[in-house]
Design a protein. Structure first.
Length: 140
């Protein structure tokens, strides 16, 4: 494992040449980290042919709706939502477009996972806010 301080990331490097980079705060930071690691490896005599192919596979982000959410009502109103408060305090909602999973908490906090671009996170949060408002489950 290779840890960088700027941007603050942790990267697993495999003998196959593949790398898994975690902890970046933005898409731009992923590219900066990969560039830094490639430079570091080359400086240590490791031959790297060509430029790396960077593929972002999973962005995990949090958001705040700044209003509470009635999760009982939301679970009833949202098709396919899972809410079992004795198991987990948040409602799990699998959005089809963009294809992400949202964890929605009664405080209005949201965790979005599965996005491949920052724009998908923004789209998902805006979309779920609109849906929750239309369904009348926001506690303003």
């Amino acid at each position: 494992m290779l840890r960088l301080n700027k941007p603050k990331t942790a990267t697993l490097i495999f003998s196959s040449g593949k790398m898994v980079c975690t902890g970046a705060k933005s898409e731009a930071d992923v590219y900066k980290a990969v560039k830094s690691i490639i430079k570091l490896l080359r400086n240590h005599g490791i031959e790297i042919k060509g430029e790396p192919i960077v593929e972002i596979q999973n962005i995990v982000a949090s958001a705040k709706l700044k209003v509470g959410v009635d999760l009982e009502k939301a679970a009833y109103e949202l098709e396919g939502a899972m809410y079992e408060p004795e198991q987990f305090p948040g409602l799990i909602y699998r959005m089809k477009e963009p294809k992400v999973v949202l964890l929605i908490f009664s405080s209005g906090n949201i965790v979005c996972t599965g996005a491949r671009k920052e724009s998908q996170v923004k789209e998902a949060v805006e979309k779920i806010y609109k849906i929750l408002k239309e369904k009348g489950v926001l506690l303003e």
